[in-house]
Design a protein around this ligand. Structure first.
Ligand code: UTP
Length: 408
């Protein structure tokens, strides 16, 4: 894209200020800015001035989960079906590691965080170790796709290389980058974080499958014959990945997606809960649960909205292809965004000063026809690290890892 083309694109969205310092930049900076303008979807900033910024939910009803007792009874049947698919190379794993991890407060990618006490134990290392369990059980290498973002790609790739992929087979690891979304002020003008750089952040975890397409990863999936993709968050250090029992249960249920869930610790626990929305699978956020919904009971007299998601889903690839070009809702989040002021001084605000834009993986589920919520034991599979201390923290995850016999 050249200067004139960039200016035309910016005019269309009232963002000409992006080129204000163009003449002061050196050639490389100019090229970088033009490339950023070309890659940026400015249409998202229209959201800033919309009266109603919330994504509207439809009619919510309960969706029953497959619970531990049934899973235990049919464990061997599920396990065999899962192992068969894994051995046939039909299952891949996708690590969502493009987030900023702001709550943890480290400048490095979240997966590089060292949670060890007497020795080094990196978050990435724990995840690879969990996946290696299944590689051993199935005697099969599982393709692992790692999503990074512009902000952490180089550091992530370098770290894996330095650590020799924690014993994983490099040939089965593919890194790809997610797209970025601009950050804007309340009136919808994008912020500049430097004279030659638009303030931007990763566009949320909902864009992983379209980002894969941009990076040519769909060809790898097709050529390898992968039919199922297990996506998982970077921060849950206990989760089982490509778990044969979960894979088998989802396949045998002919579900478009399987979702690992845990029984809620309390009716008002702050987790998203599996449900139906207008008859299609969906996730209702904790703050959207009404008192009536919290008190509703299923046929057994148990709470009807009782199973929280842990961001570990098994998607059918054909199902994903079918929804590839469908629009996903955009979520708008108020944040503190560093920017340069009219005199080009960098300002780091103490209070939120604008919006970022994200798509969420949970909205993909709602585009699909069927979902199997699959219960796992919380203390064995759910140790998210969001914060340094307190709830969902390095401290709480360490405790759970120790309980599960992991040396730290
Ligand atoms: P979170 O919602 O916890 O966000 O991500 P985060 O960016 O890691 O952390 P905070 O909120 O800034 O503290 C849940 C999962 O989705 C991934 C994260 O890496 C994590 O695995 N994610 C999130 C992405 O891959 N891309 C994104 O744009 C956002």
């Amino acid at each position: 894209m050249n200067f004139n083309e960039a200016m035309l694109k910016l005019k269309e969205y009232n963002q000409e200020h992006v080129l204000k310092y163009y003449d002061e930049l050196d050639v490389n900076e100019q090229l970088e800015l033009l490339a950023q303008i070309e890659a940026t979807d400015f249409s998202v900033v229209d959201m800033c001035t919309k009266e109603d910024k919330e994504v509207k939910k439809g009619v919510i009803s309960p969706l029953a989960a497959m619970q531990l007792n049934e899973i235990e009874e049919r464990k061997e049947e599920f396990r065999n079906a899962g192992l068969e698919a894994i051995k046939a190379g039909k299952v891949g794993a996708v690590l969502l590691a493009g987030g900023m991890g702001t709550r943890l407060g480290s400048d490095d990618p979240k997966g590089m965080y060292n949670i060890g006490i007497t020795k080094d134990v990196f978050i990435f290392e724990r995840l690879i170790s969990n996946l290696l369990d299944v590689v051993r059980e199935s005697s099969t290498w599982i393709h692992l796709f790692i999503m990074t973002s512009d902000k952490n790609h180089d550091a992530t790739v370098k770290f894996f290389k330095e650590k020799d992929y924690f014993g994983y087979n490099e040939e089965y690891i593919t890194f790809f980058m997610q797209e970025m979304a601009p950050a804007a002020d309340y009136s919808g003008k994008v912020y500049m974080e430097a004279k030659g750089k638009i303030a931007s952040s990763p566009n949320g975890n909902g864009g992983w499958f379209t980002s894969m397409a941009r990076w040519g990863v769909h060809d790898i999936i097709k050529n390898a014959g992968i039919e199922w993709l297990n996506i998982f968050a970077v921060d849950n250090v206990l989760q089982r990945i490509a778990d044969p029992v979960f894979v088998g249960a989802t396949i045998l249920n002919k579900a478009a997606v399987g979702s690992k869930v845990v029984k809620k610790a309390a009716p008002d626990e702050k987790v998203g809960v599996m449900c139906l929305e207008d008859g299609k699978p969906s996730i209702v956020e904790y703050y959207e649960l009404t008192k009536d919904m919290m008190e509703a009971k299923d046929a057994n007299g148990d709470p009807a909205y009782n199973f929280g998601v842990i961001l570990n889903y098994l998607f059918n690839v054909q199902g994903l292809m079918d929804i590839l070009n469908k629009n996903m809702p955009l979520h708008i989040v108020e944040k503190k965004i560093p920017y340069i002021d009219e005199n080009a001084n960098l300002i780091k605000p103490e209070e939120p000063n604008g919006y970022k834009f994200e798509t969420l993986v949970l909205d993909m589920i709602h585009l699909l026809d069927s979902c199997l919520p699959f219960e796992v034991i919380r203390d064995k599979e759910f140790a998210p690290i969001k914060n340094k201390t307190g709830v969902d923290s390095v401290e709480s995850a360490r405790e759970l890892l120790k309980q599960n016999g992991v040396e730290l």
